[in-house]
Design a protein around this ligand. Structure first.
Ligand code: NAD
Ligand code: GLY
Length: 378
C-alpha cells in the first residue's frame, strides 16, 4: 500500500476535549508529538506495571517512543504484539493479551496502553474490562478512524464469524492521547477510511461541520495540519457530547451508527478485512441516505451532496454484490444480526432532514430497492 510522503508539520498547541461521565470522565488530548511525550501520561492511576498492546505493523514505528515516555511512570513496561488485521479481532487474539498479563504476573492495578488503530483499541479495552474483572487502560490511537471515533466512548469488543463486534463490553479508558503526527505513516486507503467516520458527524449532528468538510476536503486529503486538528477535535466533541448523554446506547448513541447497518453487512459479507470498516461505512452512508430519501425524509439533492463528499474522501460510494442469486436477501440476512435489531426487525439510522438523525425500521421492499440501486460497480 502506498505510504504518504508529506512534510512533517506540528500543530501549534495541544487541544483537550472532555467527556463527562461522572466518575468515568476523562480527557482526549489532541496535538503533535504527544505519543512520545512523558507528560501525556502523568496523573494516571498509580501502578507498578504497564502493558503496551500493539500490533506487528504499528509497534516497529511507535512502541519504542511510547515505552520511553512510560518509563518515568512505571517500574516495568511490558509489551504484547498482536497480528495485524480485522480478521484477527477474535477470542484467540484476545487470549494472547491475557497470556502475557498472566505470564508477567501483572496485578489488578496494571495499566494497559492500546497503541494502534480501532482493532487494537477495541481488543485492548475488552481485555482491560475482563482482566481481573477490570484494570485501567489508556487509548493511544494511531489511525484517523480511531482518533475520531473508536478510542472515544468505551465500546470495546471482538468480532464473531456471524456478526461484527458481537461480543464486548462498555468500558471507558482513563485517557485518550491523539498524536496527529502519527497519521503521516498511515496508508492513504486507511486515511480515507477514517474520513468516513468524520463525515458521518455532519448529517447526524452538525451541518455547519459538514459544510466545513466540503470546503476543506482537499486540505484534509493533503493532511494539512490545521484542517486535521479541527476535524479530529470537532469529531471528538460531537462524539463526547452524544456519549455523555447516552453512554450505554439506550437511545441517542445509536445515531453514531449512521451507515453502519449496511456497512457491517458489507464487512461481514465480504469477509472481515476485505473491505475496511470505514469503506463499508462510506458506501453504507450512501445506502442509508438513499433509504432516507425513499422514505421522504431528505431530498435527492442531499443524497447527491453526501455522495459527492464521500467520493472526494477517496471512499467507495457503491456497495458490493454479496450474492449473485439473491443479493438483497443476503444483505437483509446479515443486517438482522445488527445490535440495533429488535425482535428480528432491522433498525436503521436515517437522516430526518440534514443534521438530524432518527433510528427506525423500514419496509423490506424499500430496503430491497435501495440495495438494488446501490450495489455493483464503483
Ligand atoms: P485498524 O485498527 O485495522 O488499523 C488500520 C491499519 O493501519 C492496520 O493495518 C494498522 O496496523 C495500521 N496502522 C495503524 N496506525 C498506523 C500508523 N500510524 N501508521 C501506519 N499504519 C498504521 O483499523 P481502524 O480503521 O483504525 O479501526 C477499525 C476498527 O475499529 C474496526 O474493528 C471497527 O469495528 C472498530 N470501531 C470501533 C468503534 C468503537 O466505538 N469502539 C468505532 C468505530 C470503529
Ligand atoms: N462508533 C459508534 C459508537 O461509539 O457508538
Amino acid at each position: 500500500m502506498p505510504k504518504r510522503n508529506l512534510p512533517r508539520t506540528m500543530p501549534s498547541a495541544v487541544q483537550e476535549v472532555s467527556i463527562s461521565l461522572g466518575e468515568r470522565s476523562y480527557t482526549i488530548a489532541i496535538g503533535g508529538g504527544l505519543l512520545a511525550d512523558p507528560t501525556s501520561y502523568g496523573g494516571l492511576p498509580k501502578a507498578s506495571a504497564a502493558l503496551i498492546v500493539s500490533n506487528t505493523t504499528v509497534a516497529p514505528l511507535y512502541a519504542q517512543g511510547l515505552r520511553d515516555a512510560l518509563a518515568p511512570h512505571y517500574a516495568a513496561v511490558h509489551e504484547v504484539l498482536l497480528p495485524d488485521g480485522e480478521e484477527h479481532k477474535t477470542w484467540q487474539t484476545l487470549q494472547a493479551i491475557f497470556d502475557t498479563l498472566l505470564e508477567r504476573e501483572c496485578d489488578r492495578k496494571t495499566v494497559l496502553f492500546a497503541l494502534g488503530g480501532g482493532v487494537v483499541g477495541d481488543m485492548t479495552g475488552f481485555a482491560a474490562a475482563c482482566y481481573m474483572r477490570g484494570v485501567p487502560f489508556v487509548q493511544v490511537p494511531t489511525t484517523l478512524l480511531s482518533q475520531v471515533d473508536s478510542s472515544v466512548g468505551g465500546k470495546t469488543g471482538i468480532n464473531h464469524p456471524l456478526g461484527k463486534n458481537m461480543v464486548g463490553a462498555f468500558y471507558q479508558p482513563q485517557r485518550v492521547v491523539c498524536d496527529l503526527d502519527v497519521l503521516r505513516t498511515l496508508p492513504a486507503r486507511e486515511f480515507s477510511a477514517g474520513l468516513a467516520e468524520v463525515i458521518k458527524y455532519g448529517p447526524i449532528a452538525d451541518m455547519q461541520f459538514f459544510e466545513w468538510l466540503e470546503q476543506n476536503m482537499d486540505a484534509l486529503m493533503a493532511q494539512q495540519s490545521g484542517a486535521l486538528a479541527h476535524a479530529v477535535r470537532r469529531s471528538c466533541e460531537i462524539k463526547a457530547a452524544v456519549v455523555g448523554q447516552d453512554e450505554r446506547e439506550s437511545g441517542l448513541r445509536a445515531i453514531l451508527n449512521f451507515g453502519h447497518t449496511f456497512g457491517h453487512a458489507i464487512e461481514a459479507g465480504m469477509g472481515y478485512g476485505a473491505w475496511l470498516h470505514g469503506e463499508g461505512v462510506g458506501a453504507g452512508m450512501v445506502m442509508a441516505a438513499e433509504l432516507s430519501c425513499r422514505l421522504k425524509l431528505v431530498d435527492p439533492a442531499f443524497v447527491a451532496r453526501l455522495t459527492a463528499l464521500i467520493r472526494r474522501a477517496g471512499l467507495p460510494t457503491r456497495a458490493p454484490v454479496l450474492d449473485g442469486a439473491d443479493n438483497a436477501g443476503r444483505y437483509l440476512q446479515l443486517m438482522r444480526v445488527d445490535k440495533k435489531s429488535e425482535a428480528g426487525e432491522i433498525r436503521f439510522v436515517l437522516i430526518d432532514g440534514p443534521g438530524q438523525a432518527v433510528v427506525r425500521s423500514a419496509p423490506d421492499a424499500d430496503v430491497r430497492a435501495v440495495i438494488d440501486t446501490c450495489c455493483g460497480g464503483n
